[in-house]
Design a protein around this ligand. Structure first.
Ligand SMILES: C[S@@+](CC[C@H](N)C(=O)[O-])C[C@H]1O[C@@H](n2cnc3c(N)ncnc32)[C@H](O)[C@@H]1O
Length: 440
């Protein structure tokens, strides 16, 4: 175990008010998403609970007008929660940012649920009952991705692609096209022999021929029903404007997303080698967000450097800032004789976090409150004698301070282990911080 690195974490932690609060345990996890209308349209394992936003609003005692930003909005939990808020808080503007075009599409389609034409959608489903979907068209483009024929039986694949074509031909580029494409995306895992498992896709069974049309219809009926319930009961006055923007947060320009945000809630990619492009590759290719290898590779380059799937260019943005602890930590990692790949990942992550938090600083109001949900990790292995704990919550806190935020507290939501074994700083937490007003 690399114990030297712990001294840097201890130095950061000694300045922070940190305690465990078990009420957050279920909130940092998407477990209750399946019981929440619209949130449940797509199973996004890396999201958090739809109820977390309420807890954060309470923590900061926010009861006035909110301009809300989620710079890593993933499946759109924060933004959708703000739309469905059952309080008097008025959300003037709610903006989500997401780099992955498929994940962006999931969030964008969910937050626009109120625009669904339910009559046209029901008619589509009714007509679909009598269509021979297997033979709908013979001109199908099978995606180039080699995983696809391993994931679906031939019969299943043909039905999926035909359904995609039918949706396009029926609705061209209206909201309904996206609504049904999302329903299709949401059944892909169920009708494949693969499962998302940690950072990879794993084959869990033999290829099976599914009755895709029936599974799709069931899912659509459930989604339409939820829309009808919400459209009749929900008063959309709580959010004046909601938008999901498909950009790389590190390249954000203020005119992309407006300014003056007074609440930022986010969960960045964790420093744990998880590559969203890889894990969502079947969805990216099947739904035509990517059509060739070059586009796919370019997507990876736009992702936060939390994984080593490609060789990213080295940067040293941290040098333009002042934190002695971050400087010392990097000098220490670079001085180590044995160069581990994960040291490079840690350095890239630190620089990306500097870039991101400085962008957030520039588009938030003077009194802005921020909440960041993140888990720590353990790199290396016992066998190679290079186990290295990574206290991402402390690293982010130190960078935030360096940029001009003030850490209010860290709430530990739950302890984490690796394969059942505890490790130093093994935890998932919420960092609460505020912008230090320039007049202070
Ligand atoms: C932990 S997930 C967020 C989950 C989200 N809170 C939810 O409940 O669905 C992190 C997200 O950051 C996205 N991401 C990665 N690199 C990004 C970048 N450079 N700019 C914006 N988003 C990025 C990933 O695609 C992923 O969807």
């Amino acid at each position: 175990m690399n114990l030297d690195i712990l001294t840097y974490y201890e130095a950061i932690e000694s300045t922070i008010n940190l305690d465990e609060d078990i009420k957050y345990k279920s909130l940092v996890h998407p477990s209750d998403t399946q019981q929440s209308n619209v949130h449940n349209w797509y199973k996004f394992k890396e999201g958090y609970s739809p109820n977390l936003l309420n807890e954060i609003l309470e923590y900061f005692s926010i009861n006035k007008n909110v301009r809300l930003l989620d710079p890593f909005c993933g499946s759109g939990t924060t933004i959708l929660s703000s739309i469905l808020l059952d309080t008097d808080i008025h959300v003037e503007l709610a903006t989500g940012i997401e780099v992955n075009p498929f994940i962006h599409f999931v969030a964008d389609t969910k937050v626009k649920f109120s625009t669904l034409n339910t009559s046209a959608s029901k008619l589509f489903i009714k007509n679909l009952e009598s269509i021979d979907i297997f033979n709908y068209t013979t001109e199908l483009n099978i995606p180039e991705l080699s995983t696809i024929p391993k994931a679906f039986s031939h019969k299943t694949l043909i039905q999926l692609l035909n359904l995609r074509e039918l949706i396009k031909n029926t609705f061209s580029d209206s909201y309904e096209a996206n609504f049904f494409k999302l329903a299709l995306a949401s059944i892909l895992e169920q009708v494949s022999c693969m499962r998302k498992s940690g950072r990879a896709l794993k084959i869990v069974r033999e290829l099976v021929d599914y009755d895709v049309k029936q599974i799709f219809i069931e899912k659509c009926c459930k989604m339409i029903e939820e829309c009808e319930v919400l459209q009749s009961s929900h008063s959309p006055h709580t959010v004046s404007k909601a938008q999901i923007v498909n950009i790389d947060i590190r390249e954000l320009q203020p005119y992309d997303v407006f300014e003056g945000y007074n609440l930022v809630v986010f969960s960045p990619p964790y420093l744990n080698h998880f590559d969203y492009t890889e894990v969502y590759k079947i969805e990216l290719w099947m739904l035509e967000f990517v059509s060739n290898k070059e586009e796919f590779r370019n997507l990876r380059y736009r992702t936060f450097r939390s994984h080593p799937s490609i060789k990213f260019e080295k940067t040293d943005i941290y040098k333009s800032y002042h934190s002695k602890i971050i400087n010392d930590l990097i000098t220490y990692l670079e001085s180590l004789e044995k160069k581990e790949q994960f040291y490079t990942t840690i350095l890239g992550y630190i620089d990306d976090m500097y870039k991101t938090l400085s962008k957030l600083h520039s588009i938030t109001s003077n009194d802005a409150s921020l909440a960041c949900i993140v888990a720590n990790s353990l790199f290396g292995s016992k066998k190679k004698d290079n186990l290295t704990p990574v206290a991402t919550d402390l690293i982010i806190s130190e960078i935030a301070k360096d940029i001009g935020f003030e850490i209010v507290s860290i709430k530990v939501a739950r302890e984490l282990t690796r394969r059942g074994i505890a490790f130093p700083y093994g935890r998932e937490s919420i960092i609460y911080f505020k912008k230090v007003s320039s007049s202070n």
